[in-house]
Design a protein around this ligand. Structure first.
Ligand SMILES: Nc1nc2c(c(=O)[nH]1)N[C@H]1C(S)=C(S)[C@@H](COP(=O)(O)O)O[C@H]1N2
Ligand SMILES: [Mo]
Length: 308
């Protein structure tokens, strides 16, 4: 892809706008204090845009249009198009994410801090439990980088993620007839969280995440059903016990904690053997672990029909 200088600088400016309030020296001081590698601002985006992300998914990349207009974001609506439209204007200025719990180094990070992590482009398959799939070029960093920085104690067996609770930003959080209990909660076992495939995404399609896709930061776990990939995260906690996730609370017989993509275990109400690919009329076979076989050893000795 050819990128003109002008495009590059517009994108960079757009991306940096995300957390433009702190002064550069303040950011640098904070980054040093946290031990994050100081990057040249220009390089942050140069690296991302010029990086050739290889698409080894065996499928075409979904159009940005499809990936950003057909979304699940219950804090706005259960209607995918309506949710996308309403979430577009989500204001994420001054967003903070706390990292704490069973760790040596609790922190509060703003977007500028997050931008100091080593950003990468990753083209991943994405498979929603509702039997549709897509292929998305994410921009993000490996969650394990953040974990290493926070230094979890030996008591930290799981990580719990929580979406921001702010009824002024998320209309369904103030509804008397909420779609689901809030805030949205997800979790991973520490070894799943440490797997190099597990990303914290800050962007997609070379742009910062839009509200519809979980701005300003979300989890992406490509071998698990989409509901594990929690959006608009405000809290990351190291915990001793397996956290009760939102969907498990709602329907424990339908949505388990692990939620690994598994064509051999049907949802009680539909088959998981294949999936509709966004932007196409074709159905494709669903693959074990969504095609990410390298994670199989994380589940050695576990009955994946029981731990679904
Ligand atoms: N906070 C929050 N995170 C969420 C959801 C949600 O409703 N709220 N939906 C989940 C589901 S079911 C899916 S399939 C993915 C969808 O991500 P996308 O809309 O970016 O495709 O987000 C997940 N993360
Ligand atoms: Mo989903």
């Amino acid at each position: 892809m050819q990128i003109t200088d002008e495009k590059f600088f517009n994108k960079r400016r757009e991306f940096l706008k995300l957390g433009a309030m702190a002064s550069l020296t303040a950011i640098n001081a904070k980054a040093n204090e946290l031990g994050l590698v100081q990057q040249d601002e220009k390089e942050i985006f140069q690296n991302i845009i010029s990086l050739e992300a290889n698409n080894d998914t065996g499928r075409k990349i979904t159009s940005y249009e499809n990936a950003s207009s057909y979304v699940n974001f219950y804090e706005f609506s259960t209607n995918k198009t309506a949710a996308a439209n309403q979430a577009k204007d989500l204001n994420t200025d001054e967003w903070m994410v706390s990292v704490d719990g069973e760790c040596e180094r609790p922190m509060n990070l703003n977007i500028n801090d997050l931008l100091k992590f080593k950003l990468q482009k990753r083209v991943y398959r994405f498979r929603c439990v509702e039997a549709w799939g897509m292929v998305v070029p994410w921009v993000g960093f490996e969650l394990r980088e953040l974990i290493k920085l926070a230094q979890p104690t030996s008591d930290a067996k799981f990580i719990k993620f929580t979406t921001l609770f702010d009824p002024n930003k998320f209309p369904d959080q103030k509804s008397r007839f909420s779609n689901i209990p809030y805030p949205y909660v997800e979790g991973l076992r520490i070894d799943e969280a440490m797997h190099p495939l597990t990303l914290i995404a800050l962007g997609m399609y070379d742009k910062p995440l839009g509200g519809a896709n979980g701005a300003p930061l979300r989890l992406v776990v490509p071998w698990k059903y989409g509901f594990k990939s929690i959006k608009s995260i405000a809290k990351i906690e190291f915990v001793k016990e397996e956290p009760k996730t939102t969907w498990e609370q709602l329907a424990p017989n339908e949505y388990g904690f692990y939620a690994n993509v598994n064509p051999n275990v049907d949802h009680p109400r539909w088959s998981q053997a294949n999936e509709r690919v966004l932007g196409s009329f074709k159905r494709e076979k669903t693959l074990m672990f969504n095609g990410y076989d390298e994670v199989a050893s994380l589940y050695d000795g576990m009955d994946l029909e029981k731990f679904f």
